[in-house]
Design a protein around this ligand. Sequence first.
Ligand SMILES: Nc1ncnc2c1ncn2[C@@H]1O[C@H](COP(=O)(O)OP(=O)(O)OP(=O)(O)O)[C@@H](O)[C@H]1O
Length: 350
Amino acid sequence: MASGTYHDLLHNPNSLLSMSHQFKYEQSSYQRPTNKMALKLNNANNHNLKNISVTLPANCLSVITGVSGSGKSSLLFGEIATSGLKDSEKIQWLKKFEDIVMISQKRPSRNKRSVIATYMDAFDDIRSLFAKEAKRKNLDFSPSDFSFNSGNGRCPNCLGLGMIESNQLFFENMELPCPICHGNRYKDEVLEVKIDNHSIADVLNFSILEAIEFFEKNRLTTTPLTLLTKTNLDYISLGQTTDTLSGGEMQRLSLASVIAKQKGNKHLFIMDEPTTGMHKIDVYHFMELIQNLVDKGNTFFFIEHNLDVIRQADYIVELGSNGGEQGGNIVFSGDITDFIQADTKTSIYL
Ligand SMILES: Nc1ncnc2c1ncn2[C@@H]1O[C@H](COP(=O)(O)OP(=O)(O)OP(=O)(O)O)[C@@H](O)[C@H]1O
């Protein structure tokens, strides 16, 4: 879109960098009240934590920040998430949450059969739509014939994977497109069933934006796909396998899937650096979604270094002052307005 020096890009209207500067893609905290507490934790001593006490507010976005190795994960995942919302000697839950939704950056298992459409529970609708179309044309196909994971419609050579592994004696195995279905995953007769001139393989190749258009035209529910646009995943395709996503993409996919399935708005979401790898403009849109969920009554605890996110949190806990044994202390804990005035390793950049 643009190339050149930093100065060139700032003055190039095609550059996202210039756009992000021009429109100042920055949100500030809505300054929600932080006096309603979610939990009180005492004597936290997991790993390097120095018997610290922390309170975190409910119905707010709280960010745990601090230098690498300062104890953020040990606190949020090791002490708070593992308590499973149960009171103990250490932790007292002051708000009744429906559940803890924990979303970390762990990579998904190497499951070649999980694709975006199956992960977001959108594939059943697609299969039923194609089965209906087949029936209209008096073809003997059921929804299961349009599955690439089982049934009779999938390619018998690659069993619906669309690729085969070639075993190399002295090298790592290589993945090659299946020579029978050419990567399409299905038997030819299944691919002959078309809707608006698109086979089911074409639909799996749609980007999320194209898929939303197709879904709307065919009156399928677009809610799960719309959530993918809100989590900045609209560029991926419906058929992309989840094992190929980056850690940040996988975390955003999990968030979208969880929101699509959740009922009610009394959830506690715990996320580990959710904006990793996102452009400033993507962060802007992602945070709109998060703020909206907080406004509805949900509570978010993030581990985060991104200043654009910290700036619009309601409550901050900074751990430090360094990593390892020299960390594990609370350097700051309080509202964002006070944090901006504070003199910590993070706040000085705000
Ligand atoms: N299972 C473990 N056993 C022993 N020490 C651990 C273990 N896990 C983490 N630590 C140590 O505890 C300290 C805090 O680690 P933690 O992962 O909580 O830091 P963090 O602030 O989340 O770091 P980062 O930002 O790099 O992810 C580090 O010194 C780390 O090496």
